[in-house]
Write a protein of this length. Structure first.
Length: 261
């Protein structure tokens, strides 16, 4: 089957659409952003349940149809642009995001939304199940990695709904899940330098099966020997990155930053 262009697998199950809206807890004083409204299954419900809706859609043909259908609503605004490039600080109001994201760009769009997290009170999005597995993964599990740490550092993460591939047309190869992210006003752990923190996180997962001492070689000069164990900031470097909590990464990176500063 031809791969849908621009991740255009449309949701066709009205019950799922209603469930997504229900979980988003909208009220009529809220501003909402929808990325990729497509043929408008969520758009219709969002307009009924929110104060105002801004939609970002890249496909000009879909944009024409969306304007035709929804422009009668005074509280509807459509921006024809690429969600991967849009500067979300231009949004006039702080808002909630409710979207069914295109698979091919879902992780990048999500990272971008998190980058602009001060604009968003909540982000409820549907994306590939396997990506959601990674977003919610806890230490010591196969799916836990740098994406889990990045998202869980900035947001409260809640998995809310599983959606079968049968609920879309054209039918994708994989199932989807819906996730709710609540950006934190201050991250859960104290990190002294974000660049060092994310460098340590990324290096720790560089080769997932390797021990930390083989992944953190950039900081080899700071390694300490303790009773035959190699440690850094009291963390045994024979462990693998996947066993470290967000707090552990903060301990490691704050220590490295304090010595390299
Ligand atoms: N919301 C609709 C639904 O649930 O049926 C459509 C979802 S479909 C998975 C993804 C939508 O995102 C499509 O309408 C597609 O044209 C749009 N899209 C794809 N890439 C985009 C991008 N980079 N920026 C904005 N919209 C994009």
């Amino acid at each position: 089957m031809k791969k849908p262009r621009l991740g255009q697998n449309y949701l066709i199950d009205e019950n799922i659409a209603c469930e997504i809206i229900r979980h988003a807890d909208l009220s009529n004083d809220q501003y909402v952003l929808e990325i990729g409204p497509g043929k408008g299954i969520l758009t219709t419900l969002l307009l009924e349940n929110a104060k105002s809706l801004t939609a970002i859609e890249i496909d000009p043909k879909l944009c024409l149809a969306l304007i035709d259908r929804f422009n009668v609503h005074e509280n509807f605004e459509l921006i024809q642009t690429d969600a991967l490039k849009y500067n979300y600080s231009q949004l006039k109001n702080q808002c909630q995001v409710v979207s069914n994201l295109p698979y091919y760009a879902a992780t990048h769009i999500l990272k971008r939304l998190i980058h602009y997290r001060e604009r968003f009170t909540q982000i409820t999005v549907m994306l590939q199940k396997e990506v959601v597995d990674r977003l919610v993964a806890v230490p010591g599990t196969r799916d836990y990695g740098s994406l889990s740490v990045f998202v869980q550092f900035y947001c409260e993460v809640e998995r809310i709904l599983e959606v079968s591939k049968e609920s879309f047309s054209p039918k994708p190869k994989i199932d989807s899940s819906v996730i709710k992210l609540t950006p934190l006003i201050t991250p859960k752990v104290q990190v002294d330098n974000l660049k060092t923190f994310f460098s340590v996180v990324n290096a720790s997962f560089l080769h997932k099966r390797k021990m930390l001492k083989n992944n953190l070689t950039d900081w080899e000069n700071l390694f300490q020997s303790n009773n035959g164990k190699t440690e850094l900031a009291g963390i045994n470097l024979s462990r693998r990155g996947e066993t470290l909590t967000v707090e552990d990464f903060a301990i490691l990176s704050n220590y490295i930053y304090s010595l390299n500063d």
